[in-house]
Write a protein that binds this ligand. Structure first.
Ligand code: ADP
Length: 481
């Protein structure tokens, strides 16, 4: 049986970058470790204190971000190809992610000229000391300082830029520690940031392992805020590390997103949506819908279509044509996914399709659908981050809701129904940061994104996402002559 590995990644000082589509070594890069993080934080601190970025006029900074987006867009193909090689994603999909990122940068650019405090009419006419006054009071929004950004590998450039953009919009300087599994985009991103006009030292990128560089950044006493995207387990470690200087922490963590399919749903659309909602990117997405609950009366019809959709998925490497989904990111991740599958089987869950490694070089696992799962199985509780979905039944709305909420995680959820009132009833009651009605995996820069329960703290995207990099200051001035 494949064990579900819980071993730390190697810490050799050198990071092997492997092509997951072939298993071949692409290159080796250096793990910067705590030393490079210290240097990067010092650079970020100097640029922040000097005001090199946030003291520039807002309109100038907005133009620079807009230029940053334009450059990303111009090079979307090249950048997409780099991420595709590094992660095994389809190049077209990777390019699409870059384009999506451009829109997010432009969205954040728009906020720069609109970040503002408020002038406030006070109720009090004197201080606690009893001395009366005639007050002019207002609040100011100011950058939080040096932000540490820690990102995962599933959409390497995308995840990085989705944090860099609001940090820049707020006026912060930052240190980014991208995932060690997919660092190939880093030199290009550095180049583009500078070409766009972001001053040197404002965004500093350090390659390294999580347990070396990542941990050093999370614990660093001169970092004011950490924005982390990754697993729930690592998120908890980051929180602990951040307590030293009580830096602000924003977490976008794992998901075990439920998909509810009601008897009045368009079964064909729901099955296709649910299939791509988990198999896209080989299930390596925090928002993937990995627990399907279907009304008992349509269970067989739905499962038939789901299996059909799973069978139709074309699997291949990033260098191949006519491919829908690629490999898992690493051999370790593949073994972890196979470990979940083996354990589920052993505990009595039934594989309806898939369930095996694909016999070819690279780290491929078949799209896999499980039935006969119980709530206590790890298969049903933990984020697998692989192309694995479970299907269970419910008999009525109350049960559907209870099952959907039966999770420690609460990142996203989907509801398939043609009953409008039911859809909104469910959307309101499901404990998740994002709910899709008759669709899945739709995200927009203008909509807040984050998790209920152990799926995170805070919200990214939207104005909330910029606010997360701002402090608010209240100023009282006595205007008495
Ligand atoms: P995944 O399972 O997606 O790799 P992780 O949460 O382990 O999820 O990784 C997400 C990011 O967190 C990566 O950049 C990784 O290097 C970093 N990371 C891993 N461990 C730690 C840690 N102890 N402290 C800070 N960052 C970490």
């Amino acid at each position: 049986m494949n064990e579900i590995p819980d071993v730390p990644e190697p810490e050799t000082g050198v990071i092997e970058v492997v092509n997951p589509s072939t298993g071949e070594l692409i290159t080796e890069i250096e793990d910067g470790g705590a030393k490079a993080i210290d240097e990067a934080v010092a650079r970020a601190r100097v640029t922040f204190e000097s005001g090199a970025w946030y003291s520039r006029p807002a309109s100038e900074r907005a133009k620079i971000l807009w230029r940053f987006a334009d450059l990303l867009e111009e090079r979307a193909e090249e950048l997409g190809n780099i991420d595709a090689l590094d992660t095994g994603m389809r190049p077209a999909h990777a390019k699409n992610l870059v384009i999506t990122t451009c829109e997010a940068v432009r969205y954040n650019a728009g906020w720069i000229t609109k970040i503002a405090g408020q002038a406030i009419d006070l109720s009090v006419r004197g201080g606690i000391s009893g001395i009366p006054g005639s007050f002019h009071a207002y609040s100011l929004k100011q950058p939080v300082g040096v932000a540490g950004l820690i990102t995962p590998w599933n959409g390497p450039l995308y995840c990085a830029v989705m944090k860099i953009a609001p940090a820049l919009a707020a006026g912060c300087s930052a240190v980014l520690k991208p995932a060690e599994q997919a660092p190939l985009f880093v030199p290009k991103l550095k180049e583009i940031l500078l070409e766009a006009g972001v001053p040197e030292g404002v965004i500093n990128i350090v390659n390294g392992y999580g347990r070396t560089a990542g941990a050093a950044l999370a614990a660093h006493p001169d970092v004011d805020k950490i924005a982390f995207t990754g697993s729930t387990q690592t998120g908890k470690t980051v929180v602990e590390a951040a307590t030293g200087n009580l830096k602000k922490v924003m977490l976008e963590l794992g998901g075990k997103s439920p998909v509810l399919v009601f008897e009045d749903a368009d079964i064909e659309r729901a099955a296709k949506g649910a299939a791509m909602g988990i198999f896209i990117n080989s299930g390596q997405g925090c928002i993937c819908g990995s627990r399907i609950y279907v009304h008992r009366s349509i269970r067989d019809a739905f499962v038939e279509k789901l299996i059909e959709a799973a069978r139709a998925v074309r699997i291949g490497g990033s260098h191949e044509d006519n491919v829908d989904i690629g490999p898992l990111i690493t051999e370790r991740q593949m073994n972890r996914v196979l470990g979940f599958i083996d354990e589920g089987r052993k505990e009595g869950a039934e594989v309806l399709i898939g369930g095996k490694r694909i016999d070819r070089p690279g780290f491929f696992v078949e799209p896999t659908v499980f039935a006969n799962v119980t709530a206590d199985m790890r298969l049903q509780r933990e984020e697998i981050f692989g192309p694995v979905v479970t299907v269970s039944c419910f008999d009525d709305e109350d049960e559907a809701l209870a099952l959907a909420n039966q999770s420690d995680l609460g990142l996203a959820a989907a509801v398939w129904t043609t009953n409008l009132a039911r859809g909104h009833r469910m959307a309101k009651a499901i404990q998740a940061g994002t709910v899709w009605l008759n669709c899945q995996l739709v995200l927009d820069p203008s909509m807040p994104f984050g998790g209920y329960k152990q799926s995170g703290w805070g919200r990214e995207r939207s104005l909330n996402g910029v606010e997360a990099y701002l402090e608010t200051k209240s100023i009282y001035a006595d205007l008495q002559p």
